[in-house]
Design a protein around this ligand. Structure first.
Ligand SMILES: Nc1ncnc2c1ncn2[C@@H]1O[C@H](COP(=O)(O)OP(=O)(O)OP(=O)(O)O)[C@@H](O)[C@H]1O
Ligand SMILES: [Mg+2]
Length: 423
């Protein structure tokens, strides 16, 4: 373990005068992990993080990256190897967005073509229009600046990214989108994150392991699931909060465990084939995959009806913006996303993006219902009294389109199959 760890921190200590900011901090982080520090204000989170890239010098103890002691490395070079996002974003106001994004690649003397390409790639990743590259930070909204701040930390392809409460000041929708973005980068590109937050929901959603800190020491270092199941002491339990501990019963299940089979069609199929399948399986929306089973989009009855005479393949009319969850995700996150956005069903994919099933709103409601006990609330097991049948299509969220799919014929408590589309 000690030999293979990507980031190894041992007996780290930082003292300011007679104030001990970090007393004895230890952790061993594998490559590709997402580590969240959470704890009370003043517990040493920022100080610990800043010692990793030597913005602060340790009083004692060691930090090794790939076995190399950071205190023996040139701090400037070290910082170029580590992406860093601070709370107030830190975009330089007199530089364009492009120059801000390329700060580290420039220091590393990348050639111009590579930098130009990287700038475009990064602005796309931030889900902003390409011409924003020529703007100045003041010409962007706070949330847009924050997104640039996040992708800037990735521009030079650093393996390790430090983020200190990067999303604290954002509205919930932007925060959600950025959380999805960084989680995706960790899962897809294998980046390692050390992330400070004071938001337990954020920590539970993003982390592979959570580090709970108090008075300059780690109180518990565990997966979200373990922390919810077995808080080490009252301090951790209080931090999690009673509500979450109750909710934790459904949250420790993964999406994959409650997923059902999805009805899908390959993108090369004709509209007639799609219609036949819809008829046979009594659904109004089909998920579309490529020949390898990778989720590519969805088609609904309305689109097929509109294009039946003019279009040929499913691919030519499908909506590629499809909201999905990973089968390894914990339910708590999925409950939130589905209930908050009102989706009836959400497709489930594996790490390669392959469609493996769907998770239905009804199944989630059952889980919450079971967890809370049958005596609770006005929950009739259907939970759609407030928002009624939803088509879920055309949501304006920055990142996802959304869709409803109703592929299970026996799912009788679901809304009517036509879902209002053709009425
Ligand atoms: N430059 C400094 N000089 C003296 N004391 C400091 C300095 N920086 C931090 N401290 C002290 O070290 C302790 C840990 O601070 P740190 O910023 O790491 O906390 P934190 O966990 O990040 O808190 P928050 O959640 O409020 O950001 C605090 O008691 C703080 O007052
Ligand atoms: Mg701090």
């Amino acid at each position: 373990m000690a030999l293979t760890a990507f980031l190894e921190i041992s007996h780290l200590r930082k003292v300011y005068g007679d104030n001990v900011a970090v007393s004895d901090f230890n952790i061993s982080v594998e490559r590709g992990e997402f580590i969240c520090f959470i704890g009370t204000s003043g517990s040493g989170k920022t100080t610990t993080m800043r010692m990793i890239n030597r913005m602060n010098e340790p009083t004692s103890g060691t930090i090794k990256i790939n076995g190399e002691d950071v205190t023996k490395m040139d701090p400037v070079k070290l910082r170029r190897r580590i992406g860093y996002v601070i709370q107030n974003i830190g975009l330089l106001p007199h530089l364009t967005i492009k120059d801000n994004i390329l700060m580290v690649p420039k220091m590393l003397k990348w050639d111009q073509k590579r930098m130009d390409e990287r700038a475009v790639e990064m602005i796309k990743m931030a889900e902003l229009p390409e011409d924003y590259l020529d703007r100045y930070p003041s010409e962007l909204s706070g949330g847009q600046q924050q997104r640039v701040g996040v992708v800037r930390a990735l521009a030079a392809d650093q393996e390790l990214i430090l983020m200190d409460e990067p999303f604290g000041a954002l509205d919930p929708i932007t925060r959600d989108a950025l959380q999805d973005l960084v989680k995706d980068l960790q899962e897809r590109l294998g980046k390692t994150f050390v992330f400070v937050t004071h938001d337990m929901d954020e920590a539970l959603k993003l982390s592979t392991r959570i580090v709970v800190m108090s008075h300059g020491e780690e109180v518990q270092v565990d997966s979200p699931e373990e922390i919810l199941r077995h808080p080490a002491n009252k301090f951790v339990a209080d931090l999690i909060g009673e509500d979450r501990l109750i909710q934790a019963k459904p949250t420790i299940t993964t999406v994959g465990q409650i997923a059902r089979p999805a009805v899908s069609i390959v993108q090369t199929a004709t509209l007639r084939e799609a219609l036949t399948l819809m008829h046979k399986t009594r659904v109004d929306t089909l998920l579309v995959t490529d020949p390898d089973g990778i989720l590519r989009g969805y088609v609904d009855l309305e689109v097929i009806n509109d294009h039946f005479r003019t279009a040929d393949t499913v691919e030519s009319v499908m909506n590629p913006k499809v909201f999905y969850v990973r089968q390894s995700a914990v339910i708590s996150d999925t409950v939130d996303r589905i209930l908050k956005r009102g989706y009836r069903n959400v497709p489930v994919v594996d790490n390669a993006g392959k469609l493996t099933g769907i998770v239905t709103r009804a199944a989630l409601v059952d889980m919450v219902y079971d967890a809370l006990g049958s005596g609770t609330s006005n929950d009739d097991g259907q939970d759609r009294s407030t928002d009624g049948p939803r088509t879920d299509i055309g949501t304006t969220d920055v990142k996802e389109g959304a869709h409803a799919v109703d592929p299970t014929p026996d799912d009788k408590e679901e809304v009517p199959a036509n879902n209002g589309h053709l009425s």
